[in-house]
Design a binder for this molecule. Structure first.
Ligand code: CA
Ligand code: CA
Length: 339
């Protein structure tokens, strides 16, 4: 009797150690959001590539840009001690609309009356003071309308950090499990999916062509002044792409690079990596700007690197910024999970 129990336990443990049981590798919640099981694990976070190396790899860029990346270092060990579910895709227009309609939440782009940003083919960045690539901020634009066509399966944009957190809270109450934005460490761990290269697809930006929607030869004709920075190739997408259109990373996650920037839970601090804890770094205790990661459909490849950190105030809404949700494991799932 004892030996058969021991054998059974071993079989379960061995199965879990090899790979999470299929029951727990993917999951679709009641609102239709697909999640991928991300196991606990360790990785090296950040980048310590020197300016000279980067200048050689990205010759079109002003070398001064490569001296402004101090917040990516030092490279440091991070342990993600708890497995979690991460959205297979960025939150889509349809999913966000479902949230808005069911919850009554009024997204900030509509609530404060100032709108968002949008693409207007007659707008010329060269005639503006800031040289911004998009028109706005204007009530003409919001999460409903970024000025270019978006299907229901495109990632929602013009959503603020506060909007993203509101959706996570609504889902938490609805599902009885915690939904939230990933921490910056969870995001980079998931984006790298075991890689140490600049992108999960490799070091060469051209490897992104099959794995990410970034600023490429399809997008460049709309912004000719930045043509020199467009990826050398066509990814087929001038604006946002339907989520999941490109190849996934080794965790089965789509669009971690490109399509839309993704809000993370953390405040941003330049010096955080030098003082962050090894286990589950939560980000600085306070700050004024929130982290966003991964680059977008309008982002030059260099800024879509796994280690690149960008940020904005929590009420920022923009044509390039969306989010992806994390769902924490329920207690019974944690017990079964490959820790
Ligand atoms: Ca593109
Ligand atoms: Ca993305």
């Amino acid at each position: 009797m004892h030996s058969s129990i021991a054998l059974l336990s071993c079989a379960l443990l061995c199965a879990c150690a090899a790979a999470p049981s299929s029951k727990f590798t993917k999951f679709t919640d009641a609102t239709g959001i697909d999640f991928v099981h991300i196991p606990a694990g360790a990785f090296r976070m950040g980048s310590d590539e020197d300016a000279q190396t980067l200048a050689q790899a990205f010759p079109a860029y002003d070398p001064a840009r490569f001296t402004q990346l101090a917040d990516e270092g030092p490279v440091h060990a991070v342990r993600i001690t708890r497995a979690f579910w991460l959205g297979r895709h960025e939150v889509t227009v349809a999913q966000f609309r479902r949230f808005v309609e069911a919850s009554g939440h009024v997204p900030e782009s509509e609530a404060d009356g100032t709108g968002g940003y949008g693409f207007n083919p007659t707008y010329d960045p060269g005639t503006t003071v800031r040289g911004d690539a998009f028109e706005g901020r204007s009530p003409r634009y919001s999460w409903r309308n970024p000025g270019f066509a978006q299907g229901d399966d495109h990632p929602v944009v013009n959503v603020t950090w506060n909007d993203a957190v509101a959706m996570a809270r609504w889902l938490s109450a609805k599902e009885g499990v915690t939904y939230r934005l990933p921490t910056e460490a969870e995001w980079e761990y998931a984006a790298r999916a075991g890689t140490r290269t600049r992108f999960s697809t490799g070091d060469d930006p051209r490897t992104l062509l099959k794995g990410a929607n970034v600023f490429d030869q399809n997008a460049a004709p709309h912004w000719p002044r930045w043509r020199a920075f467009a990826l050398d190739g066509h990814d087929g997408q001038a604006f946002t792409a339907p989520v999941g259109r490109f190849a996934p990373n080794a965790f089965g996650l789509y669009d971690m690079h490109g399509n839309v920037w993704e809000w993370c839970a953390d405040w941003h601090a330049d010096d955080y990596y030098a003082r962050s804890p090894v286990d589950d770094p939560p980000g600085p205790e306070d700050g004024s700007v929130r982290v966003r990661r991964g680059g977008s459909w309008h982002t030059w490849a260099f800024y879509a690197r796994s280690s690149f950190r960008n940020w904005n105030s929590p009420e920022t809404r923009y044509t390039l910024v969306g989010f992806r949700l994390l769902r924490e494991l329920a207690p019974h799932e944690s017990a079964m999970s490959n820790r």
